[in-house]
Design a protein around this ligand. Structure first.
Ligand SMILES: [Mn+2]
Length: 354
């Protein structure tokens, strides 16, 4: 995996790359925990961590020399500095979008190499999924579908959002999600207009919209889906808004294929709402890549120049959010193919009435 990086660095006259982003660390080394960094050079790949993780790293990351930076004089910066010297690095690439200013300053202080800010190199490679990554994502989506099937049986009048959100998290894990998973969103009533609202003590009531946005992890690969339902009989307005949100998502599914841009997909999402009173209530971030990170390149929206490629895995999530009334969205995760897409999340897409 690191060969590709080395090739790219050589083209740019860079002799080494310090990987600071933990998802990039995982992608390149196979390491599954926290607080670790890589230094990729032409001759050798270094793995920097502290004694909490050295044993795990030795085990998970063959091909890397594991270094306990706490044991080096000068700490982390000292360790980087030593490698730069040992490997005769003149120009060191750093991930400017993820490194903290404090770490940057520490390194810059005593390093002999020129620091070259690089952004998104590994992320770009990560956006095209390999067969085993597709397989893991597929599994994560299946776990999400099974958890959805269980949570809808528990949504009853009087239960709080927090209670239901905890149950959803439990179902995800029991169905096989990774032990560490991202927090789900399960909100209700007028609170559903908060796009990424945090579950509260609010008790769900008859006639409420319930909006869930959640996913599982499988071997680190995440799923992400949203479903909207109504407790009891939906009102005419709830039906109307839902139909637009759902059709908008369907139009996006129909428009996805390799070569389509993030902007074109955004435009596809508007088709059904353009001439309605709900147009002003849409949100422009209508989708994103998903993999080791829940939001990763490519991003879909009005200013997105990202071009979809075969084997991107993305979500489509247009929605309508009316302050004080509520919000509705349907979100699915799809695998981009040459002439379309394969939908990986398969929970019912119609307006469920519980
Ligand atoms: Mn999403």
């Amino acid at each position: 995996m690191t060969d590709k990086i080395i090739g790219m660095l050589e083209e740019n006259g860079i002799d080494g790359l310090l990987i600071y982003d933990i998802f990039n660390v995982r992608y390149l080394s196979g390491y599954t925990s926290d607080d670790a960094y890589l230094l990729i050079t032409k001759n050798k790949n270094y793995f920097l961590t502290d004694p909490r993780y050295t044993e795990q790293a030795e085990d998970e990351c063959p091909g890397f020399e594991v270094l306990n930076w706490r044991g080096v004089e000068g700490g982390f910066a000292g360790a980087v500095s030593k490698i730069v010297k040992d490997e005769s690095i003149d120009r060191l690439g750093i991930e400017s979008h993820s490194i903290t200013l404090s770490y940057y300053n520490k390194i810059a202080k005593d390093i002999k190499a020129e620091l070259i800010p690089l952004e998104g190199i590994v992320e770009e490679i990560r956006s095209i999924k390999k067969p085993e990554e597709v397989e893991y994502s597929r599994k994560a989506c299946e776990i999400g579908d099974r958890a959805f099937n269980r949570i809808i049986k528990e949504i009853k009048v009087g239960k709080t959002e927090k209670e239901l959100s905890a149950l959803l998290a439990y179902f995800l894990k029991i169905e096989g999600s990774d032990a560490r998973n991202y927090e789900n969103i399960l909100i209700s009533g007028p609170r559903t207009s908060l796009l990424h609202g945090i579950p509260s003590e609010r008790k769900v009531k008859e006639g409420d919209i319930v909006l869930m946005d959640f996913g599982a992890g499988y071997k680190g690969y995440l799923s992400d889906m949203s479903r909207t339902l109504v407790l009891g009989k939906p009102s005419e307005k709830q039906k109307e808004v839902f139909e637009i949100a759902q059709q908008s998502e369907q139009d996006m599914i129909d428009a996805v294929k390799a070569g389509a841009t993030g902007q074109e997909l955004y435009e596809a999402s508007l088709k059904v709402m353009k001439n309605t009173e709900y147009f002003d209530y849409h949100y422009s971030g209508v989708g994103h890549g998903v993999g080791l990170a829940v939001h990763e390149t490519p991003f879909l929206g009005p200013n997105s120049k990202n071009v979809l490629k075969t084997n991107n895995i993305i979500t489509l999530e247009p929605g309508i959010y009316i302050p004080g009334w509520g919000g509705m969205r349907v979100e699915d995760q799809v695998l981009v193919t040459e002439d379309g897409c394969e939908v990986l999340t398969n929970s019912p897409r119609h307006l469920l009435e519980l």
